[in-house]
Design a binder for this molecule. Structure first.
Ligand code: B12
Ligand code: SF4
Length: 471
């Protein structure tokens, strides 16, 4: 097949300790292109460690006329370099970007990158194939200044002007083709799970729900998948999981939806259906569920369905900060929900915490550390606040001129790019160390870590990760 579109996730990690999981977003796009009979290949640089020569070889060998990149903020600089490179070696190739960064900061992308032809914000399964079809049409090649205004989510140049088309979220997810798993190659990701401690390999991510109705001020997810909760049918999710088990021998499913437990009836039906069909997979929720959406019935149903690990978006132990970031939860609620999970299931609980929010003071951070210790979690992740493009905090900080020197390369896990007033970087780094120490020095948590170490190689990976976090 003569491929037309090459989808690339640029390399953002070199040290082999970052979280790298099969790339669902590009898999969805590839399936949507195929459904329109558009040839496509996919290259996850973080998995394959792609360099310029590799890209040159791929472009030369594949006969691609569109090269498209998925862009997380931390990959912005790398993507700009690659766009320049692609245009240099193949000036006729059209370049496109999409994903989290263009979704959070749509108008700026083409404005600052002359080598970029188009950007797509939000979900790409409808707009991207529509763009490619438009580029293939005879109508397009015959006109000097074609009109792209009818393609939702597209950002394009109308002469000197940058046009940001209207945003559209996909209303019926069952009309979206399942990801092109044959191009994702989930089995090639065997040593790169989401989180260091998992029960079984190989792992595949699945996204049953899109959107999140909450408005946490540090989060940019709504710029990609919107605020309305949209569920696939239970059957389609169960079928995808069964197919992953039978065709790829996938033994663990990681649900990556933002608000998986947002609709309890759907979740209960899903759990019943998966328990009945018994595809023999373990399930984990490593993304951080919204705490107020769970109760005893939901979590026991999840455990019966094979869920053994749940992560909770706790964020802070200071009620003042939870209110300030609009988390819509209380410290008491967190205590109660953690207790419900612990008392009624054997699920491993990970708590997610953030330090260094705008307006946060030292006593708030100390409250977070002490709270994390009291919760008796199995695991925890402490990260520094990141100003993510598209989040409410980002917009506020940009307006106040606080982001003039933001280095997007550092908008990445465990990097420190912002200090709230009166808090030093050494204070934050020590606080994060204390947070980890207080959670992991408990015998229960330590035992649980050792229990999940599978090999000497895995132990080395965890050690490298530890060094990276504290370097
Ligand atoms: C799962 C997940 C991860 C996974 C997997 C990431 C991956 N590469 O696949 C892991 C754990 C590895 C991860 C890591 C990180 N993540 Co993350 N992650 C998510 C999450 C929860 C879901 C992503 C997902 O799989 N969605 C399902 C698929 C179907 O959607 P998708 O990948 O977004 O792709 C769709 C569109 O974006 C678009 N699209 C994507 N690429 C392209 C390319 C083209 C050309 C086009 C046209 C369209 C297009 O079309 C796709 C189909 O609709 C999102 C939240 C969210 N709602 O998006 C955060 C999110 C994307 N992550 C975020 C962040 C910050 C990070 C980290 C920096 C960690 C951190 N929290 O500090 C790292 C950096 C990762 C990196 N590669 O650099 C931010 C992104 C902000 C930003 N501007 O960069 C988000 C939005 C969360 C948030 N709190 O706001 N993440
Ligand atoms: S942090 Fe979680 S709950 Fe809050 S808006 Fe983002 S996805 Fe929704």
């Amino acid at each position: 097949m003569n491929c037309e579109v090459l989808l690339i996730n640029p390399v953002t990690t070199h040290d082999n300790v970052d979280i790298i999981i099969p790339n669902l977003g590009l898999g969805y796009l590839a399936a949507a292109l195929r459904a329109e009979d558009i040839g496509v290949d996919l290259c996850d640089g973080n998995k394959s460690g792609m360099n310029y020569t590799d890209i040159e070889r791929r472009i030369a060998a594949g006969g691609f006329n569109v090269v498209a990149f998925q862009v997380y903020s931390r990959a912005l600089t790398k993507t700009i370099e690659l766009l320049r490179f692609v245009k240099k070696i193949s000036p006729d190739v059209k370049t496109v970007v999409g994903g989290p960064h263009p979704s959070g900061d749509p108008a700026n992308m083409p404005a600052m990158i002359p080598e970029l032809d188009f950007a797509v914000r939000g979900e790409g399964e409808e707009s991207f194939p529509a763009l490619i079809n438009r580029l293939r049409s005879a109508d397009y090649s015959l006109r000097d200044n074609p009109d792209f205004s009818k393609i939702p989510n597209l950002i394009w140049r109308d002469g000197e002007k940058i046009v940001v088309n209207k945003l559209k979220v996909i209303s019926d997810l069952d009309h979206v083709a399942v990801p092109a798993w044959d191009l994702i190659h989930p089995l090639d990701y065997d040593t790169a799970p989401m989180g260091a401690f998992i029960k079984s390999y190989p792992v595949a991510p699945v996204c049953p729900v899109r959107g999140c109705p909450y408005s946490c001020k540090f989060c940019a997810a709504h710029t990609i998948t919107g605020r309305s909760l949209r569920y696939r049918s239970v059957d389609s999710v169960v079928d995808e999981i069964s197919m992953l088990r039978s065709e790829y021998n996938i033994r663990e499913i990681h649900i990556v939806s933002d608000c998986f437990t947002g609709n309890r009836e759907w979740v209960l039906e899903f759990c019943e259906s998966i328990a009945a069909s018994n595809p023999a997979v373990n399930i984990a929720l490593p993304n951080g569920i919204k705490i107020n959406t769970i109760d005893k019935e939901i979590i026991t149903a999840l455990e019966r369905a094979g869920c053994y690990a749940i992560s909770m978006g706790i964020e802070s132990g200071s009620q003042r900060i939870l209110n300030a970031v609009m988390k819509n939860q209380t410290v008491d609620m967190v205590k109660e929900k953690v207790r419900i999970v612990r008392d009624n299931t054997k699920m491993k609980i990970t708590g997610f915490f953030v330090m260094g929010f705008p307006g946060e003071e030292k006593p708030d951070i100390l409250k977070t550390i002490s709270f994390a210790g009291k919760l008796k979690l199995d695991r925890a992740q402490f990260v520094f606040f990141l100003p993510l493009p598209g989040s409410a905090f980002y917009d506020e900080m940009k307006k106040n001129g606080q982001l003039a020197s933001l280095d997007y390369d550092k908008v990445a896990l465990h990097k420190l790019v912002y200090l709230p007033k009166g808090v030093s970087s050494s204070f934050l780094r020590i606080a994060r160390f204390l947070g980890y120490f207080i959670v992991y020095c408990r015998p229960g948590a330590l035992m649980s870590v050792f229990f999940y170490i599978r090999s000497f190689q895995h132990l080395k990976y965890i050690f490298r990760k530890f060094l990276k976090v504290f370097s």
